[in-house]
Design a protein. Structure first.
Length: 162
């Protein structure tokens, strides 16, 4: 098991317990989580039913994390959180959540979420990271989808059809 620790920009933290699929301390991590209950993905029309499989991808050298949702074995979408200060250890992933997210639908369409929630006094370095990451994420959706689907393939269970 692995703990995902999301540090909030305004203070505080949220932790999630995930199944560690691949962890390369200091470099990257791939985790798996199965939703116990239905939930609506904020800012989108997507409703993720109980049993949704989420494969989370974290990189120490990227300013985003990515969650790939699979419903009934098929990709349902990809949620990218813009982050900073990613630390990957054998038993934990920790990062600073920079509020802004991007939802990518299975066809590659991108929707920017939560920009209106940024604090007015956000540090300029965080603003630069957000702007550069938004450009990267919205400009390369199909490449990113192909990469994470390829990386997740070895970890999908028979109940998570490929």
């Amino acid at each position: 098991m692995l703990t995902e620790r999301k540090l909030r920009l305004g203070g505080g933290a949220v932790e999630f317990t995930c199944e560690a699929l691949r962890v390369e301390p200091g470099r990257r991590a791939v985790v798996r989580f199965v939703s116990p209950a239905e939930r609506r993905l904020g800012g989108t029309d997507l409703v993720l039913p109980a049993g949704t499989v989420t494969i989370g991808h974290f990189w120490s050298d990227r300013s985003y994390s990515l969650y790939a949702f699979r419903v009934g074995g098929s990709p349902a979408g990809y949620y990218c959180s813009i982050v900073d200060a990613v630390a990957i250890a054998a038993d934990a992933v920790e990062y600073l959540d920079l509020v802004v997210d991007v939802f990518i639908d299975p066809g590659g369409g991108a929707t920017v979420l939560d920009e209106d929630e940024l604090p007015a006094d956000i540090e300029p370095r965080h603003r630069r990271t957000i702007n550069a990451t938004l450009e990267e994420l919205t400009g390369n959706t199909r490449r990113l989808i192909a990469e994470v689907e390829r990386d997740a393939r070895p970890f999908l269970l028979p109940s998570d059809p490929r």
